[in-house]
Write a protein that binds this ligand. Structure first.
Ligand code: ATP
Ligand code: MG
Length: 797
């Protein structure tokens, strides 16, 4: 090996440099946010290549999200150029998919196996739960799904669960039975769910040491970012990969130096992490993986980094103050040389619209001040918060992109078309074919659908094979023909992408476009004249565009490659810094990223900390870490905002400032107030509201626009109407929870009504159903308003 080129270590501080230069078997880098952990990983990879200690294909670097993987790839590419091509820089899931696809045939799967997302596995579980009547025993689909997921994360298969299950606990017995059936069906369908991807890879390695040896031989350097968020299965995978191989398993043509006895020596492992940023306990992440690293890998070196290069002092002080409230942690000494920087800006709006408007206005100001949209991000705790944010950003002409969690691939029509593709790639996948058998409608009802399934089971053939023998089912000619037509279209598509045909295979997008046209999917949607169906048709066309883009980027890409990408890389998950747009994402997605300006919205009790966290042991501490992650994303500017009322599911409720805000020293935040908050005093933190929703003292902030109560959020309009009224009836109702339920109130267009606050008016329209019915009322004094009938203080006159 040659020496490490100077430019790879220049500018690194001494511990960072030591981490890049370390050449032992196991290295743990443990350090706070922004201290250069990821940077050290990338420089370490580059140094191994530059010194010729490793060639690119021997590197396996694992990150937590696709976005982080893309970013790391880019950083390494920047340092090394093309060499990055041969490396595996990916998430746990995509690394495992690659391994499973390569080895699938060796364990009875097909290379084209299907990957079920959470909704798919729910659909499968639903049938099982129903057939076992499990809900009557209190085992719902989501209980079953969560339990099974947790078991897989612990690498416990149905047999393992059977050994440990309490035989006197009927619920656990039932879950065991569901787990068994679920696994059996996945196997029959040649499908894996998300948790399987990792667990099955581990099981594969354990069952076939000679397959494991291929990868133990290949990957000589394994580097894992965000190690604090690995769960047991991921940990076990790392262990399998780094363990080295016994001589008898080592493939003959190995090119790597073997030990004297012919075995493969353990690979070197570098992990970096920060226990203060552990935010995935709810998915089985186990902090012990980091705290016990030294025990797990004896002789491991530990390096601590203490200088933060990302943020200014004010931001870092706030982060340190917040996280200091978590008790069970090793105190860290994170400092920065970046200078004080601007104060954190705090803002209290009285509604989520008001808050969003503030965000939009500030974004424009920052942009005028020279920060580009790309370098700004807005974070939130729950996806539900995006609706208002998006609405206001659009209205304020702020370009934005939603990162992760786009619902595009969850839309029914998109899932339908993807199910067609899954059926073509994997004819054994019964779930997918049953999804599309009558979509678009072709007269094949549920009875027929079930009949085919039973026929398949009786004859021990796949569902598709049973469809091929529809004539034997004794169905009417119309249905038989419809099944035959569908089978024909699928076979035709299958054949068109088969590279072994003389004419060569068509591209994925061509096949897809032809398929959509043959089944008449878009055509039928367009024909209904329903605008929602038009939107659906556009989504299908968008999927074809995604495929075109895929073909362009991967000229040799196969259908299976495309489906892998769809399953793992939700379209918006990839990083496009040139997009010139503000990024919107959840706090969880924000991990590892950084922006010049960051907005954390909804810093309220019940949201952050999230209400669900109250029931979980350690839940609050995890929420605090999440807030810490959010704060530490900011380089220069940090905004923390909240709303005094928040409308969720059509119901408005009082929001209280997050307890985490109290943990930030006053001197670090400059509070601003909503222009509509006539009674509030500027420059002060919002006080925690007491149980009645009012500030503790007379100077405290009055709560909330009771006038907006029962009214649908409409943005602008609220502002002028806002008048805090104390002791108002509906408001009291809201606090005590004794809200009158108006669901039964029947209203018709033209009815005269009376509202406690708005006075009398005439009903102009009624939309929605049941508890979501909305009345549009033209009030004599205050004009037109939309009201959620269920909760509005309305009376028919
Ligand atoms: P997180 O915990 O949030 O994942 P991290 O520890 O991985 O953070 P990095 O993202 O690697 O931190 O680094 C934070 C920022 O500091 C990056 O912009 C990085 O380029 C910069 N940085 C790190 N080390 C140095 C250094 N020695 N000199 C200059 N900049 C540095
Ligand atoms: Mg990092």
């Amino acid at each position: 090996p040659t020496a490490i080129p100077a430019d790879l270590v220049e500018g690194l501080n001494p511990p960072q440099r030591a981490a890049v230069e370390y050449r032992g078997d196991a290295l743990l880098i443990i350090a706070g946010a922004g201290s250069g952990k990821t940077r050290v990983l990338t420089h370490r990879i580059a140094s191994l290549i530059a010194t010729r200690e490793a060639w690119p294909s021997q590197i396996l670097a694992i990150t937590f999200t696709n976005k982080a993987a893309a970013e790391m790839r880019e950083r390494v590419g920047h340092l090394l150029g093309e060499a990055v091509e041969g490396m595996w820089i990916s998430t746990f899931h995509s690394a495992c998919v690659r391994i499973l696809r390569r080895e699938a045939e060796k364990f009875g799967y097909t290379q084209g196996f299907t990957i079920y997302d959470s909704a798919d596995s729910k659909a499968l579980l639903k049938r099982i739960v129903k057939a076992l009547e499990a809900e009557s025993m209190g085992v719902t689909v989501s209980t079953a799904q969560n339990r099974i997921s947790a078991l897989k994360n612990e690498l416990i298969d149905p047999d393992g669960f059977a050994r440990q299950v309490d035989s006197t606990n009927p619920r656990d017995q039932l879950i065991l039975e569901i787990y068994r059936q679920y696994q059996r069906q996945l196997e029959r369908n040649k499908a894996f769910d998300f948790d399987d991807l990792i667990a099955q890879t581990v099981w594969l390695f354990r069952a076939f040491p000679e397959i494991a040896a291929l990868y133990q031989r290949r990957f000589r350097h394994i580097l894992v970012d965000e190690y604090q968020d690995t769960n047991h299965a991921q940990y076990a995978l790392i262990r399998e990969l780094t363990r080295g191989a016994e001589p008898q398993h080592v493939p003959a043509d190995t090119r790597i130096p073997l030990a004297a006895d012919g075995s493969i020596p353990p690979a070197s492992l570098t992990v970096v992490g920060d226990s203060d940023q552990s935010i995935y306990a709810f998915r089985g992440a186990d902090i012990r993986n980091i705290t016990e690293f030294e025990k797990d890998f004896p002789g491991a070196e530990t390096i601590l980094l203490e200088q933060n290069y990302r943020s200014t002092q004010h931001i870092l002080d706030a982060a340190n103050a917040v996280i200091g409230n978590n008790f069970d942690r090793r105190p860290k000494n994170l400092w920065t040389a970046a200078g004080e920087g601007a104060k954190i800006v705090g803002y209290t709006g009285y509604s989520a619209h008001d808050e969003a408007q503030f965000v939009a206005d500030e974004i424009h100001k920052l942009r005028d001040g020279g920060i580009s949209f790309n370098d700004m991000a807005v974070f939130y705790r729950t996806n539900a918060q995006t609706r208002t944010l998006e609405e206001i950003l659009i209205r304020s002409a702020v370009p934005y992109r939603l990162i992760g969690g786009t619902k595009f691939y969850e839309r029914a029509e998109v899932k339908d078309i993807v199910a067609y593709l899954m059926t073509i790639a994997n004819p054994a996948d019964e779930l997918s074919v049953r999804r599309i058998i009558n979509s678009p409608k072709r007269g094949i009802g549920p009875t027929t659908e079930t009949a085919i399934s039973i026929f398949a089971q009786d004859n021990d053939i796949t569902y598709r094979e049973a469809m091929g023998r529809a004539k034997e089912l004794g169905l009417g000619p119309k249905v038989t023909n419809a099944i035959g037509d569908l089978e024909h279209i699928l076979a035709e598509a299958e054949e068109s992408i088969d590279p072994s045909r003389n004419t060569g295979a068509v591209s994925v997008s061509d096949m897809l476009a032809k398929l959509v046209q043959r089944v008449g999917y878009v055509e039928k949607l367009r024909a209904t004249g329903n605008p929602q169906d038009d939107a659906r048709a556009e989504n299908v066309e968008e999927l074809i565009n995604v495929a075109k883009e895929f073909d362009k980027q991967h000229p040799d890409g196969t259908l299976v490659d495309f489906l892998t990408e769809v399953a793992l890389v939700a379209a918006a998950d990839d990083l496009d810094d040139e997009s010139g747009a503000v990024s919107l994402m959840t706090l969880h997605t924000a991990k590892g990223l950084e922006y010049d300006a960051v907005f954390i919205t909804g810093v309220e009790e019940e949201l952050l900390p999230h209400r669900m966290s109250a029931d979980e042991p350690g839940g609050l501490a995890e929420e605090r870490r999440l807030f810490y992650v959010g704060i530490t994303r900011a380089r220069k500017v940090l905004h923390l905002s909240l709303a005094m009322t928040r409308t969720q599911y059509g119901e408005s409720s009082v929001a209280m400032p997050s307890r985490f805000l109290q943990e930030i020293p006053d001197a670090l935040i400059a509070w601003r107030q909503s222009p509509g908050m006539a009674t509030s005093r500027g420059g002060e933190r919002p006080r925690a509201l007491n149980a009645t929703g009012f500030g503790a003292g007379s100077g405290g902030r009055r709560a909330v626009g009771s006038r907006s109560y029962g009214e649908m959020p409409r943005g602008e309009g609220l502002k002028s109407e806002f008048k805090p009224t104390r002791g108002n009836r509906q408001f009291d109702n809201q606090i005590t929870g004794a809200v009158k339920d108006n669901s039964d109130l029947v209203l018709e267009i033209g009815d005269r009504v009376k509202h406690t606050d708005f006075g009398e008016g005439t009903v102009r329209n009624v939309t929605g159903l049941a508890k979501k019915r909305i009345a549009e009322v033209e009030f004599d004094d205050v004009g037109r308003k939309k009201l959620l009938i269920k909760v509005a203080p309305l009376e028919k006159l």
